[in-house]
Design a binder for this molecule. Structure first.
Ligand code: ARG
Length: 589
């Protein structure tokens, strides 16, 4: 289905053309004065300069041409030359009925299976997931779902941090705790055990202990660095430990991401990039793209048009070690080989902005990624506590994700139990569904780049711009629909949405009609908050309509059936949107 804005624009273009004015002036926008009109075209003002006429003269001529149009109920030329438009009630009702019939509610897929890589999650193996990883997971999952919905082939990669110093720290801490393990016996020549030498519980305790120790104990830190170096150069006993760390940690990560309803197509990590790195470095050197600087190998990425001076991208440190950027470039080589994506989207903390500018520029300079392939970094802000500082636990520690989720579920559970219309067991299940919505919506409704305050009371409130409010609206509609199902007086045949009978009903329809445009635009701008903004407005529009419309006690059965169709559409649009955002609605709450 064409977008409603496009339908209107094409009508106005015809009118401009038949008055001999350039169609390009027929740009239509949503009105910012809904009391005066629904849509407006301001093109007569710009056209006036070119045709050396008064804007109102042009506007009036165009309006005259539109007098027979069935699309509008009102078309006015207003001083100094605005064209104000109101849509015809029948035209809008037809659009609603079309939406109900179409797949994907009338959204025409802009994608045709093109592959797009989304790199999100970015958890570091053996370190517990904390709230810092939450935003990447929540935003990335939404982008992946949105792209798939729009017809692209989204490939989500968790890109684990699985190759860094934490591995050496764990290996050396393990040596101190269990020196008798065969991995530490240099003369051992047998097979390594298939049982891991630790549980997830132990592993979670080993890393923080090792990390703390390395800050005080220089000898320990050096051992960890050397263990990391040996691991990275293929030392078999450490590779065996690394595999155990990976297996134990991955099982736990999968469980945690699963609880967030966050999914990945690829469970790759920095370690997968390693085979590409020697060739990458050689290639950059051979072609003179990289050069030596103070013992390190670097690529200059600064451009004359840069507003600030950008440092070169370091590919190899003076001690021979590869870096984060090297590993990201290796990963790009692998992704080009496996997928040749048409676009890359990375979602990390915005403090990594420079890193991605450097990596993207090197990838393009070296021709690893085509010049026209967009490489996008979405840098998000910090999740703060009510004190405006990065979110912490009550005793000042780093909040673990599973504890955060538990806190939200408890808060929602308490709210549901206040009303006490369901069993405790159902309340428990519902709390998990609503809690996830509260958490994800609380995050996604903010522009990603901004910091936001994690406010448990506000996020879990059933009123205002919150996830639970959206769910509550859906549940409310479900309950009206269920009641209607049990009623007897229903008209025969297929029922239709009828022309709006009130201002509130028309406003609701106009909101519904924007669905396809909003989703496309949110994807183009990689801006999930636009979907939240939209469903908040739509929920409000539904609730005002519902407030002054007696649907279930309506005598006229055709009118009643029409409203039932209309609110069915509201439910479907809201449901499609929250699915893209990454959560779902319960049956009751
Ligand atoms: N593991 C990294 C971190 O915790 C995030 C990885 C993001 N993705 C990437 N391709 N660099 O900071």
């Amino acid at each position: 289905m064409k977008k409603i804005l496009d339908l209107i624009t094409s009508e106005i273009r015809h009118a401009f053309a038949s008055c001999q004015y350039d169609e390009a002036y027929a740009k239509v926008v949503l009105s910012n004065r809904p009391d005066l009109c629904e849509y407006q075209c301001n093109g007569a003002m710009a056209a006036a300069k070119v045709y050396k006429k008064k804007p109102v003269e042009i506007a009036t001529a165009v309006v005259e041409k539109l007098s027979g149009s069935t699309m509008f109920s009102e078309v006015n030329a207003v001083m100094p030359g605005f064209i104000n438009l109101r849509l015809d009630e029948q035209f809008v009702a037809d659009y609603m009925n079309e939406m109900l019939k179409e797949d994907k509610l009338g959204l025409e897929e802009p994608g045709h299976g093109e592959t797009i890589i989304v790199d999100y999650g970015g958890a570091n193996v053996a370190k517990p997931l904390h709230v810092g990883h939450l935003r990447s997971a929540v935003i990335g999952e939404c982008i992946r779902r949105l792209g798939n919905y729009l017809g692209y082939h989204m490939v989500g990669d968790v890109h684990l941090g699985d190759w860094g110093l934490q591995m050496g720290l764990i290996i050396e801490e393990l040596r101190d705790r269990k020196p008798e393990l065969v991995y530490f016996d240099e003369s051992y020549a047998g097979e390594y055990p298939s049982e891991p030498p630790f549980t997830i519980g132990e592993l979670e305790e080993i890393y923080p202990a090792a990390s703390a120790k390395s800050k005080e104990d220089e000898a320990f830190r050096e051992r960890a660095q050397s263990a990391t170096f040996r691991l990275q150069n293929g030392y078999a006993p450490f590779t065996a430990i690394w595999k155990h760390i990976m297996a134990v940690s991955l099982a736990d990560l999968k469980k945690n991401y699963g609880n967030l309803d966050v999914h990945f197509d690829l469970w790759k990590g920095e370690s997968d990039a390693q085979p590409y790195i020697p060739g990458l470095i050689k290639d950059l050197e051979d072609r003179g793209i990289a050069h030596e600087s103070q013992g390190a190998l670097v690529v200059d990425i600064a451009r004359p048009e840069d507003s600030k001076e950008l440092p070169p991208c370091i590919i190899r440190k003076s001690d021979g070690a590869a870096l984060y950027a090297t590993s990201d470039l290796g990963t790009i080589l692998e992704r080009e080989k496996d997928f040749a994506p048409v676009k890359y989207i990375y979602i990390t903390d915005k403090r990594q902005e420079l890193h991605f500018i450097q990596v993207f520029r090197v990838a393009k300079l070296a021709g690893y990624v085509k010049e026209e392939t967009p490489m996008v970094h979405i840098g998000f802000g910090t999740m703060n506590g009510k004190d405006g500082k990065p979110f912490k636990t009550r005793d000042g520690g780093v909040m673990r994700l599973e504890h955060l989720i538990a806190d939200i579920d408890d808060a929602v559970f308490a709210r549901i139990m206040e009303n006490r219309t369901v069993s405790e067991e159902e309340a428990g299940r519902t709390a998990k569904i609503v809690g996830l919505a509260a958490l994800k919506y609380g995050d996604l409704s903010n522009q990603a780049a901004k910091d936001y305050v994690f406010d448990l009371d506000r996020f879990t409130s059933f009123e205002g711009n919150t996830g639970p409010y959206i769910l509550y609206t859906i549940v409310r509609i479900k309950s009206i629909l269920a009641k209607y199902e049990t009623m007897e007086k229903k008209p025969a045949g297929e029922s239709k949405v009828l022309p709006a009978a009130s201002g509130a009903e028309k406003a609701l329809m106009l909101e519904l009609a924007r669905f396809n445009e909003v989703l496309e635009n949110a994807f183009q701008e990689t801006a999930p908050h636009k979907i939240c903004q939209y469903i908040y407005g739509l929920s409000d529009a539904f609730n005002s309509f519902y407030h002054d419309t007696r649907i279930l006690s309506q005598e006229d059965s055709l009118q009643q059936a029409g409203w039932i169709r209309l609110i069915t559409l509201v439910k479907e649009v809201l449901t499609a949107c929250i699915k893209v955002l990454g959560f779902e609605a319960p049956e009751r709450m």
